[in-house]
Ligand binder design. Sequence first.
Ligand SMILES: [Zn+2]
Length: 187
Amino acid sequence: MKLENEAALDNLIICYQCYTLHEEVPIKDGSKACCSECGGILYRYDTKLVDHGLALSITGLIFFVLANSFSLIQMDILGTKQFITIPKTILSLFENGFYLVGFLVGFLIFIFPLMIFLINILLFTLLKFKRGEKTTKELLILLAHIKPWSMADIFFISLLVALVKLVAFGQIHIGIAFWTLMVFVMY
Ligand SMILES: [Zn+2]
């Protein structure tokens, strides 16, 4: 069934926050239309969206690599210095026989986040060159499946909790990777 004046409805947009009805008007490139009642964003027009997305994904990947290669924290316990990195933590779980935990942690804080960055980069590259529509669709579905399983943010919070407890045992120095991880989690 088609309504007779359906086309007229296409020009209307409802604010997601306060449900005020607005009429859609053309806006300048790089700008956004805001709700006149509550100021919420109604829509944006950005021809550089793909470029920005690609740049952000690559930046994210760089921070992810940094977060994994530098020491997360450095501990002085009874005079011995211990440097802790994310891959080291995962490896030591395996070495100590915690195979299941090591496997889970490896996927949740390393493999899945890494996959998300790579898929994002691939997606934006495909969009930029307007190629592989079918692949783009499959990648988006894959991304939707992986996203709930990427738990770097939860890892960061548990790390904070663990840090507070560890302070009681010895001196703790927060490494570069700790800050890069924070940037990566916020991204
Ligand atoms: Zn509104």
